[in-house]
Design a protein around this ligand. Sequence first.
Ligand code: SF4
Length: 503
Amino acid sequence: MTTTFSDAYLKFTQIYNQLQVREEDHTIRVPEKVIRCIWNDQLFCTPSLKTKDGQKLEIVYPGYWNFGKGPDFTSATIKVNGKVYAGDVELHVYATDWNAHGHSGNPDFDNVILHVYMWQGRGKKSRPPAKQKGFQFEIKDYLTKGILELNDELDFENYPALNSSNVGLCHQPLAQLSEEKLTHLLNAAGEARVFTKMERFHDSVIIEGYEQTFYRGVAEAMGYPENKQPFQTLADTLPLSELNNLVPAKLKKGERVLHYQALLFGASGLMNKGTEKKAGFRKLLPIWNTYKDRAPHSPLTKKDWSFRAIRPANYPYRRLAGLAHLLVRHEKTEREGAGMFANFIGSFQKILAASGQETPDKKTLNAFNDFFCVSADDYWANHYTPDGKTLPQSQQLVGSARSREIIINIGLPIGLIFARAGKFKDLETGLNALFQTGKSASDHKLLRFMKHYIFGNREEMLRVLHSEKQNQGLMQIYQDFCTQNQNNCLHCPFPDVVKRYFS
Ligand code: SF4
C-alpha cells in the first residue's frame, strides 16, 4: 500500500544526535578509499619518489590491505635513501587527518613506517601536523593521472579483490534485519532524501514561483553531474519571463524552438563570433545576433562547460537543444500551454483521476516517467558537436533515463511542495507511488559500490532494492554516514544506530 511521505528516517537519525540528513555536497570530495586503491595499485610514477623531507623513496612492497583495526596496509617494505624499512602504511586524504583520526598515541599505529596522503592539508596555509610516525609521503605530484580521472576510473566494487571480508561494518547488523525492516529503513531514507531536496527549492518557490523554480531545476538536471552549475547560471541569466519577452509571440512552434535554441546557445557562451561556419550554428547564430544586444549579459563562456567523461549523446549542446524543445512544448502563452510545472502536475493529476480511488498501475506510472523525453527532427538529433560530428544513429535529445532523473530530483520535491501547500493528499500519495517505480535513474559506480560494501552483493539483501526509492535511500545513507566518516567504518556510528533503532 502506498502512503504519504513519512519522516521515519529523521527519527532513525536522531539516535545519532548530531546527524542531520545532509544535502548533496558537490564540492570535490575524495573518499579515503580512492587513496587506498591508488596505493594498492601503485598508480604513481615510482622511479622518482621523494619523502616530504626530500629523501629518495622506493616502494619494495606496498603491504596487505587491512580490513580490521589499525593501519590501512600492513607488512609493507620500503627503501629510504637505500635503507630498507619493514612495517605498516597509513593513508589519508590530508596529512592533518593523522591527528584528526586520533592516531597519535594509539599503539596500533606504532609500527607505521610510511604515512601517505594526497595533500598536506586543507588550504595553502595548512601546517604539517606536529608529531607523526614514519616517513611522510605526499602523493599528489606523482599520480599517473588526475585525481578526478582516477576517481572516475577506479572500480570500488572490485577493490582490493572480491572476498567475503571486503564489506563495511554495517553489513552484519543490516544482514540480520528482516526484509521488512530493511525495506522500511531504505524507504524512510529515500523519502528523507526527497525532503532535503524540497528544502532546497522551498524559498525559490516562494520568491520566484513554481514555474521559474521548476525551469531552473530541469535545466540543472540537464547538466548532471558536471554541467549542473552552468545550466543553473543559464536559467538565472535567461529566466522564463525574459525568454517570453524576447521571443515574438507570433512565431510558430518550429521557429520558436530555433529562437529558444539561439538564445540558450548564445547565452551559454558556446556559440560565439567565429562559429558561424559550424553546421550546428549556421541557422542559430544569425538569430542570436538579432537578440544579443537586448538579451541580459551572460557571465558564461565555453570554459564553464565540461565535456570530460561525458558520452557524446549527453553532450551539453544536445541538452541545450533539448531544453529549448521542452520550454516551447510547455510554454505559457495566451492561446495554449500552462507552463512546464503546471503541465507536469496537471498531467499527473489526470492519471490519478483516471485511476479513481486506486493507485495507478505500474505500467501507467512507468509511462509517465518519460514525461521529459524529447525526440527531435533537427540537426541535434544525430549530431553531438556543432561542427558536424555524428552519432552512430539518431537519438532522443532527452532520453528515458534522464527524464526519470528529472522526475526524481526535481519533479518529486517541487511536486511535493505543491501537494503539501494545497493539502492535496491524493497527489502526495500518487507522487510517492511514482517514486516506487523504475530503477534506471541510479545505476552508477557509487550505487554499485554501496551494493557491494553494505549488502555484500547478497541476493537476499539486494532484493529490497526494488524501486528508485530504495536506491535513493542507499545513496542517502552513503551521504549521511560513509562520506561523513571518510568511508572509515571504524569511525562510523551507523552499525550501532541500526542495532539500537531496531532493538
Ligand atoms: S562507513 Fe558506515 S555506513 Fe559506510 S559502509 Fe562503513 S559502517 Fe557502513
